[in-house]
Design a protein around this ligand. Structure first.
Ligand SMILES: Nc1ncnc2c1ncn2[C@@H]1O[C@H](COP(=O)(O)OP(=O)(O)O)[C@@H](O)[C@H]1O
Ligand SMILES: [Mg+2]
Length: 304
């Protein structure tokens, strides 16, 4: 399994959006779950009308009670297209309590599937987040390209380097589709990808109506694909000193009936949406229904 942690620094939004899209462009046939571990509280349950108690909160509670191995399935819910998600607790007090249950984080790190963790903004006093950022195979900091944001990146990268040896990179929110040559220069971490300011695509990913075709062809999805490729390459290269990670290089799916229809609508070497390869991100009308799971999802939960 491979664990990828996405986090941000002060003043730089976009982590949850990128985590969901990264999950959506993950290699087909490779089980992946997006885990919302933002100590400031998750947003996905509210955005998609999911049950707030089924997710990281119930998973962390089960980790406290259960022996090994801990099953993740009872705690999963599904985004449109079938992407599996452990929604984060909210409000902040509940999320902080879940973060402090480090047994939950520990169980997350040992799941038999790839995990994309939405860590939210770096908070040095959040013990679960700290553990995740130390032990993930790859950490990606999402940050804007203004001087003050990059200053925060430098501080965060220096701190993270003291606690981890694995891949560490920047996803730079530039407003441009492609990186200017100078982007990220001089910073003490790799520039994995530049993230465009793409409001139309971001609105769909936060649950608003919109065209699936437009999302599929959006610069934001294109950037997510580039980030996935960077993660694939860098986790293969480092082969995780801290944990025994299984690299997840993208591969063609041979001999399967999966159509290989990617989020971008092109047949891309077996890329597709996990859980519902044929559907991609469905038309807005079907977004209310979880795809392929058969797991009932209760309407918008409240917490606690
Ligand atoms: N690349 C982007 N371009 C434009 N708007 C974005 C982008 N990424 C996120 N957003 C928007 O910014 C807001 C915060 O995004 P979100 O991903 O929830 O950030 P975070 O998880 O860091 O708080 C949302 O309204 C989202 O739709
Ligand atoms: Mg968020």
């Amino acid at each position: 399994m491979t664990v990828v942690a996405l986090c941000s620094v002060k003043g730089s939004p976009g982590v949850t959006t990128l985590a969901c899209l990264l999950g959506a462009v993950w290699p087909v046939g490779t089980p992946v779950v997006v885990a919302e571990c933002d100590p400031a509280g998750g947003d996905v349950a509210a955005r998609f009308g999911l049950q707030g108690r089924t997710g990281m909160a119930s998973f962390a509670l089960a980790a406290r009670r259960a022996g090994e191995p801990l099953e993740v399935e009872p705690h999963l819910q599904y985004l449109p297209g079938g992407l599996e998600i452990l929604v984060g607790a909210r409000p902040m007090e509940a999320a902080r309590a879940v973060d402090a249950e480090t047994g939950g984080v520990d169980a997350l790190l040992r799941l038999e599937r790839d995990v994309i963790v939405d860590c939210g903004r770096i908070a040095p006093d959040a013990s679960g987040q700290r553990l995740l950022l130390a032990r993930a195979d790859a950490v990606v900091i999402v940050a804007r390209s203004d001087v003050s944001s990059l200053g925060h990146v430098e501080t965060a990268a220096a701190r993270l380097r003291q606690e981890r040896s694995g891949a560490l990179a920047l996803a730079l929110v530039t407003g441009h589709r492609h990186a200017p040559r100078s982007a990220g220069r001089g910073l003490p971490l790799d520039l994995a990808v530049t993230i465009p300011d793409d409001r139309a695509a971001a609105a769909i990913v936060r649950g608003e109506a919109g065209s699936r075709r437009r999302l599929a062809r959006s610069p934001l999805v294109e950037a997510s694909e580039r980030l996935r490729r960077w993660i694939s390459a860098s986790t293969v290269a480092t082969s995780s000193a801290a944990r025994t990670a299984r690299p997840f290089a993208a591969r063609p799916v041979s001999g399967q009936s999966l159509p290989g229809q990617s989020l971008s609508g092109q047949p891309l070497s077996g890329q597709s949406l996990p859980g519902d390869p044929a559907a991609g991100w469905p038309e807005p009308a079907s977004w209310a229904q979880p795809a392929g799971s058969g797991v009932p999802i209760e309407p918008s939960g409240t917490w606690p």
